[in-house]
Design a protein around this ligand. Sequence first.
Ligand code: GLP
Length: 259
Amino acid sequence: MEVVVRSDAGEAGRTVADIVHRALRNGVRTLGLATGSSPLLAYRELIRRHRDEGLSFAGVDAFLLDEYVGLPATHPQTYAQVIRREFTEHIDLDPARLHAPTSTAPDPVAEAHRYEEALAACAPVNVQILGIGTNGHIGFNEPASSLASRTRLKTLTDSTRRDNARFFTTLEAVPRHGITQGLATISEAHHLVLIATGPHKAHAVAAAVEGPVSTRCPASILQLHPHATVVLDELAAAQLQDLPYYRHVARHKPAGQRY
Ligand code: GLP
């Protein structure tokens, strides 16, 4: 696993933007997008490059990692609305090529199957952007998720609902379920790029990067992936034991390259 430590969140965001930019220049046509606050600076940088440098997303298919179940489609906190507002409305991605599970599907189990199949039809995702929850989740794969899991309906933990309550008026308003790509589904992407910033992520990052591969920390599955990049700011990297080595590598190798 490649661990890239940057001085601050802005630098971390630019590093992720660089990886996506390079992939698009090399002809990549399928991206995996995450919501949450972690990738926002990367998205802002990609929007800037689209506006100022002509970076184009024409012909790209983008798949969301996950979606809340039960929110009306127009609710500002559905992940489909968030990603449009924060990213895709500001670039030239064809809105018909933005794919997400439907939050209002009457049968969420069937909807999860439909989404897994839609993804398979466009697979592989070339670059998959990921955040990490404070409990080590990726997407909505909460602790105890099978490492072999596919896209499915998941019950959210109390800690995830509390963490995400800042986006809602009350804790009660946070949905209790989500549809998420499974850990095995996510692992089929060619390049996994996880971004984490801030001291509240340091514990989960250390467990994911240096802990055992375990369902207790779903993000630890990145250790099994042949091309995974973890981009951190100093605060999120603070609990890593091998920090000096990661800094050494960063001085000698561009982020995202496979050596
Ligand atoms: C949510 C999302 C995840 C996201 C995580 C971290 O629960 N389902 O995809 O990575 O929270 O969010 P944030 O980046 O806001 O800390």
